[in-house]
Design a binder for this molecule. Structure first.
Ligand SMILES: Cc1cc2nc3c(=O)[nH]c(=O)nc-3n(C[C@H](O)[C@H](O)[C@H](O)COP(=O)(O)OP(=O)(O)OC[C@H]3O[C@@H](n4cnc5c(N)ncnc54)[C@H](O)[C@@H]3O)c2cc1C
Length: 400
């Protein structure tokens, strides 16, 4: 049995290792177009590699995938987050969980993961062929031909794990095989607000906000970070992931609304009612759970005087303040990549794949894994989990 794996990333290595462990007699080769493998694993998670997420319920986990969650349910039944933790632990790499559920190697270094995958592949005698770009695939009844650097090689099974492509043209070689492609657009980005005064508060983090895109149903919660170019943090990144396609269509020109307190108007009015009989100065007495700098910024923006006393606040200004706290609106013009940690939304349409085996429905013997598929998760280890799961299933089922 000759198995080719196209792409030396997380999904490709997981697929190759699983194929060889399932069928030790098979000859398994990873073809990598560059002179480096596992490049993204190395730089991932700020050099620490956020391997997976400590979410141990399938119905909960799939909520973190704007694309592919429903379909992944079938795959997670076979290889789940608990399997990822065990897979690494059984091979000597323990993972630790941080307070937000992200899981990293206990060493805090992505090199631990790179070394494990490379050493395991070497011990299993998996061949690594560098600078080997696959330009074309042709499939006939019992064999698959790969065109590599002008040469044609024949395999029994092929696993395609060539990663996300920022442009649709990068997937032309798969389109030629007849596969339906969902046009790729970037996911996981931060919002640019050029010259918006809010950027004066750069570095400020607000612990729990609700963000929404004006004119849509998109809404997310979580911490928000103000940056020198606009806004970032989980409440923004999640919005960018769920809105990836809509926001691309709007050419990244839209309005975002922020509820700085994550409460409703009734709750806010009741919190204010304790203050409105007070003789305290508004600047010095902020009754709300928002940072002092943001409170001062808002009072300034509303031109509320520095010596304004709570019980002398006009009804009009009170309403303006409430509106700003619950429904602050910012114009977004463009996007910025978050710590280079972007993923592609789009890729091979999942209706092409049997999600229990990762085999193509169109061509027997061709399997798919990783970010090349129309699957993407929010930040937190979900993208690697999808790569481990789909890589494992493709490897196992191709080798049977
Ligand atoms: C900076 C950064 C940080 C990240 N951090 C995290 C994180 O901490 N946690 C998380 O869950 N996700 C993270 N992600 C996302 C995650 O890295 C990817 O989703 C994941 O690496 C996808 O794995 P893959 O194997 O599908 O693709 P890739 O890692 O992209 O691997 C595909 C490989 O295929 C090769 N290739 C492509 N075309 C061909 C061809 N025609 N022939 C031969 N070879 C080919 C490529 O050169 C590449 O080596 C991060 C992404 C980035 C960019």
């Amino acid at each position: 049995m000759k198995i080719a794996v196209i792409g030396g990333g997380a999904a490709g290595f997981m697929a190759a290792i699983t194929a060889k462990e399932t069928n030790p007699k098979a000859s398994v080769t990873i073809f990598e177009k560059t002179d480096k493998v596992l490049a993204k694993v190395k730089v991932s998670g700020g050099g620490r590699c956020n391997v997976t997420n400590a979410t141990f319920s399938i119905s909960q986990l799939i909520k973190s995938y704007p694309r592919g969650g429903r379909e992944l349910k079938k795959s997670f039944n076979h290889f789940f987050t608990t399997d990822t933790v065990n897979w690494f632990e059984n091979r000597g790499v323990t993972l630790k969980t941080e307070s937000d559920n992200r899981m990293f190697p206990s060493s805090n270094s992505s090199q631990t993961i790179v070394d494990l995958l490379l050493n395991t592949a070497e011990n299993l005698a998996i061949r690594l062929s560098y600078k080997s770009k696959i330009n074309a695939i042709t499939a006939s009844e019992n064999r698959i031909n790969l065109s590599i650097n002008g040469e044609t090689l024949i395999f029994d099974k092929v696993i395609i794990a060539s990663g996300g492509s920022p442009k649709e043209s990068g997937l032309d070689w798969l389109k030629k095989l007849g596969y339906e492609i969902v046009s790729p657009v970037p996911s996981l980005f931060t919002f640019n607000m050029p010259k918006n005064p809010i950027t004066e508060l750069m570095g400020l983090s607000v612990p729990n906000v609700i963000t929404s895109i004006k004119g849509s149903k998109l809404r997310q919660t979580g911490p928000l970070l103000i940056t020198h170019w606009g806004m970032s943090g989980p409440a923004i990144l999640k919005l960018s992931a769920w809105g990836a396609q809509d926001l691309a269509k709007q050419n990244y020109n839209f309005s975002v609304q922020v509820n700085w307190l994550s409460i409703n108007e009734e709750e806010l009015r009741s919190q204010f009612s304790n203050m409105t009989s007070s003789r305290k100065q508004m600047y010095k007495h902020n009754p709300l759970e928002i940072p002092k700098r943001l409170w001062h910024f808002m009072l300034n923006k509303l031109e509320i005087a520095e010596y304004q006393i709570w019980n002398e606040l006009s009804k009009k200004n009170k309403n303006r303040l409430i509106n700003m706290l619950l429904n602050d609106e910012f114009e977004v013009k463009g996007k910025t990549t978050f710590k280079e940690e972007f993923v592609s939304c789009g890729g091979i349409d999942l209706s092409e794949i049997n999600m229990q085996t990762m085999e193509s429905k169109r061509h027997q013997g061709i399997y798919f894994a990783g970010e090349l598929l129309n699957i993407d998760g929010v930040t937190g280890g979900f993208n690697f989990q999808a790569a481990w799961t789909t890589g494992y299933l493709a490897g196992k089922n191709s080798a049977l």
